[in-house]
Structure formats: structure tokens, C-alpha cells
Design a protein around this ligand. Structure first.
Ligand SMILES: C[S@@+](CC[C@H](N)C(=O)[O-])C[C@H]1O[C@@H](n2cnc3c(N)ncnc32)[C@H](O)[C@@H]1O
Length: 217
């Protein structure tokens, strides 16, 4: 089944490798459908369409959001909005995805739907991605999932995940595949969970050597 969905999106331009897609797919298969799915940063829709098709195939009719202003950091159009809209049409998803054409940090405070699956792949600057995490993780239900992309390849998401692994008392890191880290929001962490989180911070530290990223602590 995974191969079927990954092949379906093969021709969409984007940054969504097979290993990362597999982790999303396995996570989507675990969803209960009790709250929404949210993606921050959609570009041409590659990961969004993949996730939506996989969820719909499971009968998961939860609300599915995409948040992307389709502008660069200088507030200029990034040129992908029309392609994104066309791609949603092509996959018959236009009326199945709520697209919020705004910057995630700007709407995070107002976003008041509960979330079971949050995929963060927007603006990668540390302060920004950190705020994405803070604003939107508040809406994630207990045992809901948060996935952060571009870990070990971009400083912002890498430092953020490292901070979480080192200090969080309610995020349980579950996996790291490709450039995506998967965590679950829990009530509290057991000693075993904390030790596992620390193992992940070491894995991150080892992996960043390839990309020449320097963590601040
Ligand atoms: C790496 S791309 C996303 C790739 C996509 N998930 C895929 O499957 O190909 C990053 C996206 O984040 C969007 N973005 C940039 N600034 C943003 C912001 N402030 N809030 C939300 N999204 C933002 C960009 O428009 C771009 O489409």
C-alpha cells in the first residue's frame, strides 16, 4: 500500500523522500481520526497529498489543513500557489483540504481546532519553527503525533528537536527516519522515555556532523 501512494505522488515537485514518507504513512495508519491533520509548509502539495490520500484510504475523514502563505521570507510570491491548487484538483482533494494562505506564526494563536497529526515543514529559521511548535503543539491531543521535517539538514528544526529531546516533559520521541523526527504528546514522560529522548539527542548530534550544523548547546 505504501508503494502505491508514494508512486502516486512521484511526479509532484517537492522535498519528501521515501524514508520520510514511510514514517508519515505508518503514523497515519495509527490515527484514530478523532482530531484534525495539519501540515505547515506545502509547496506543490507533495507530502500533503500523500498524507491526505493515505488517511482517506483508511476512512479517516478528519479535517485536513494546509498552512502556507506561498511567499518567500521576503514576502514575495514563491510561484507555487497555482501549481498547488492544480495538484489538489488533479487528486480530487480541493474540497477535502482546508488551505489557510497565511504565515503559520501569524495564525497559530487563532487556530483552535484539535490536532491528532501535525507535520511541520514551513519556515526553517530557529525562532520561527520553535514558535510553530509552541503554538500548534498546544492544540495536539494527548497521544497525538508531531512530525518535524528537515532535522539534521537545517539548523532550525535540528536545534528545536534537540531542545525537545533534552528538556521536554511531555514529548516522547519515537522515531527518526530520513530527515523527519516523530514524537507523541503524552501526559508525562517515564524515566525510560527520558532516557530514550536523550538517546535521540545523541543520534541527532552524530547525524549533524554530515551537514556541518553547529548546535548552540
Ligand atoms: C520545504 S517547503 C515544503 C515542502 C513540502 N512539504 C513538500 O512536500 O514538498 C517549505 C514551504 O514552507 C512555506 N513557508 C514559508 N514560510 C512559511 C510560513 N511563514 N508559514 C507557513 N509556511 C511557510 C513555503 O511557502 C514552502 O512552500
Amino acid at each position: 500500500m505504501f508503494e502505491k501512494y508514494y508512486n502516486e505522488i512521484a511526479n509532484i515537485e517537492g522535498w519528501f523522500a521515501k524514508e520520510d514518507a514511510k514514517l508519515l504513512f505508518e503514523t497515519i495508519n495509527k490515527l484514530k481520526g478523532s482530531a484534525s491533520m495539519v501540515e505547515i509548509g506545502s509547496w506543490c502539495g507533495k507530502s500533503l497529498i500523500f498524507s491526505a490520500l493515505a488517511a482517506i484510504n483508511n476512512g479517516n475523514n478528519c479535517k485536513k489543513y494546509s498552512i502556507d502563505p506561498f511567499t518567500t521570507s521576503k514576502d514575495e510570491p514563491n510561484g507555487k500557489y497555482e501549481t498547488f491548487i492544480e495538484n489538489l484538483k488533479k487528486y480530487d482533494l480541493s474540497d477535502k483540504i482546508v488551505h489557510i494562505k497565511e504565515k503559520s506564526n501569524d495564525i497559530g494563536e487563532k487556530f483552535n481546532d484539535n490536532i491528532e497529526f501535525l507535520f511541520i515543514d514551513g519556515f526553517h529559521v530557529y525562532e520561527y519553527v520553535k514558535k510553530d511548535f509552541e503554538l500548534f503543539s498546544k492544540r495536539v491531543i494527548e497521544n497525538g503525533y508531531i512530525l518535524i521535517h528537515d532535522v539534521a539538514s537545517w539548523f532550525g528544526p535540528t536545534q528545536l528537536v534537540y531542545d525537545i529531546a533534552e528538556t521536554s516533559d511531555n514529548m516522547k520521541i519515537l522515531d527518526f527516519a530520513g530527515q523527519t523526527v516523530l514524537m507523541a504528546k503524552v501526559n508525562n514522560l517515564s524515566a525510560e522515555d527520558k532516557a530514550r529522548n536523550r538517546d535521540f539527542s545523541n543520534i541527532i548530534k552524530n547525524k549533524i556532523e554530515t551537514y556541518n550544523i553547529k548546535l548552540t548547546k
